[in-house]
Design a protein around this ligand. Structure first.
Ligand code: AMP
Length: 114
């Protein structure tokens, strides 16, 4: 854990953020600035800076994160579809440098993004 990392602090329960899901490896919570009726962030508890920093040993963690997203989408009624986004690095528009997947849905989403 990095004390300077916002999402490490959230994952460690230091910000009183309500979790929609928590396992040994990950937590999910609502985005502070939702861009759609449903906007959830799924993050690993362990600090990983971004998708670009994943290692071979993170395969199981990634699988668990994807299955968590699928389960959340089902629970939240996103049967008409949803989008999963991992902004990565400066050009990818990443603002919090702790790996996270955005789960976005609840309205018809446009493509391509800006
Ligand atoms: P990104 O720009 O892909 O790095 O996404 C970071 C996301 O974190 C943004 O959508 C922010 O709205 C969200 N965010 C920042 N601070 C918080 C917080 N304290 N609780 C929940 N979401 C947050």
């Amino acid at each position: 854990m990095s004390g300077d990392c916002l999402f490490c602090n959230i994952a460690n329960g230091l910000l009183a953020t309500e979790f929609l899901l928590e396992t040994d490896q990950l937590v999910a919570f609502r985005d502070l600035h939702p861009v759609a009726p449903t906007h959830i962030l799924v993050i690993p508890k362990r600090h990983i800076t971004s998708l670009a920093h994943l290692e071979d040993t993170d395969v199981t963690l990634l699988g668990e994160m994807m299955l968590a997203i699928k389960e959340l989408a089902e629970e939240l009624g996103l049967e008409d579809g949803f989008r999963v986004v991992a902004n990565t690095g400066a050009d990818g528009g990443q603002s919090v440098h702790h790996l996270h997947f955005h789960l976005i849905g609840g309205r018809s989403l446009q493509w391509p993004p800006g």
